[in-house]
Design a protein around this ligand. Structure first.
Ligand code: HEM
Length: 204
């Protein structure tokens, strides 16, 4: 009786082991087995979700930076019109726009981070394409112009306006400076439009 029970147990263990080995083999050798396809599907879905989230962040970043660049251009023109008539009114516009460079900076950081996230998710596949390489050169140009040119000119404008207000006279060529600031903002806007065109046509 005990012997019979032990044989039955042994047969059970062997049968289970054979079944496990058979199933394992089936999963690893049949590339289109249901189990494997489900795993691929889950990984694909997770990658797609991360890519979509990154793209949403990318679009939020680029609309912020591009929008702020246009607003800075409009406000700087408005400032000069008002400043010539009434310095106090001009100063109000300048103060109201003081946070715009910070918002543009945050947008640019978001744009770059989400761009690198998409590159990581797609294993850098875009890096080999011509449109993307040109885009990266334009991105570097945008960063260089924003950091080294735009920031300096706007700081100088604030300094000159403050000095003019204290002295009560116009000793600095603010009109020329505004002209240069507007040219820089228009140049930045055209670089953004160039990136939009590159991203749409994606030529190789
Ligand atoms: C001024 C900076 C940038 C602007 C204006 C910009 C703009 C754009 C635009 C308009 C798209 C197309 C969105 C779409 O297909 O719906 C895009 C996609 C993309 N961008 Fe950027 N981008 C910038 C910076 C970057 C950076 C720094 C990287 C990476 C290092 C990057 C990587 C990507 C990638 C991987 C895509 C996805 C392309 C695709 O799915 O076909 N971007 N970007």
């Amino acid at each position: 009786m005990v012997f019979k029970r032990q044989v039955a147990k042994l047969i059970g263990i062997v049968a289970t082991s054979v079944a496990v080995v058979y199933l394992q083999k089936k999963v690893t050798t049949a590339p289109h087995s249901f189990t494997q396809l489900s795993v691929y599907k889950i990984i694909d879905m997770k990658m797609e979700n991360s890519l979509q989230v990154s793209l949403i962040l990318h679009i939020i970043g680029l609309s912020t930076v591009f929008g702020v660049t246009l607003v800075r251009y409009i406000l700087s023109r408005k400032f000069w019109v008002q400043y010539k008539k009434d310095k106090e009114k001009g100063l109000t516009i300048l103060q109201a726009s003081s946070k715009l460079p910070l918002i543009a900076g945050i947008g640019l950081v978001l744009l770059i981070l989400s761009g690198f996230m998409m590159m990581a998710i797609t294993a850098g596949v875009f890096g080999h394409q011509l449109w993307f390489r040109i885009k990266m050169i334009v991105v570097i140009l945008i960063i260089a112009v924003s950091v080294f040119l735009s920031k300096g000119l706007e700081n100088r404008l604030r300094k000159w306006v403050t000095e003019d207000m204290i002295e009560g006279s116009s000793t600095h060529p603010i009109g020329n400076l505004i002209g240069r600031i507007n040219t820089v903002q228009l140049f930045l806007s055209s670089l953004f439009i160039l990136i939009f065109i590159l991203s749409v046509f994606k030529f190789n």
